[in-house]
Design a protein around this ligand. Sequence first.
Ligand SMILES: [Zn+2]
Length: 252
Amino acid sequence: MVLPDRERDGRNSHDSRAPGTPPDRGRPAGLHRVRRLIGTRTAWTTVCDGEFFCPGCGGDRNYQRRSGRRRFVLLGVPLLSRGRTGPVVECAACQDHFGLDALDHPTTIRLAAMLREAVHTVVIAVLTTGGATSRTTLDAAVATLRGAGFDDCTEERVVALVNALAADTGRPGAPDCAPGLAIELHEALGPLAPHLAPAGREALLLKGARIALADGPYTPAERDVLATAGCALTIGTDDVARLMAAAQRTPS
Ligand SMILES: [Zn+2]
């Protein structure tokens, strides 16, 4: 489907114009008429569609991915081909155009799901170091998971998960972070880290630290899991140490 052009002067709409602003506002009416008659017109073709987080109007929106064909226009008649343009991502709400990198940012719904999954992975990873046998640690873990949105979380389910994960990735209470567990942490936290502010990444690590501290000082295995989680969250080793010490000084 070839759609009518909305950029009669040939500009890419990914420009400094505010979303929703008529493209020719403020220009002399005569110049506007000339531009309608002589210039470059772009006919857009929809390639695919989906949902994205629109950086223009700030929310989860439908988008259409479009490629364009530019033509020189004289007296309103398309004449010479000026080549292809795009592809671009067009927001269905504000109609603005963006580069394809706009699709790299998850929607708010997807981001919330990634965050929930990240909390779950950190909590379970800390518990696999042996904390699942402590009542206070289990209480802290269940409270954290429920707070993250796992409303039906119970101690029995947590223990079953920890045992299954330990059987799959390494021995419970092993002195270092088992390779399988490290992979789990990197897979859950790595894709999320670029989309969180430093405070958000640190908050995730602190949740794990507080669960590790629920039954007493950090064990070497807990320190190792938290260091791995910090690495996956792209928190520097010095900052990981600082955060772990801060959690120790201010227990929740
Ligand atoms: Zn938009």
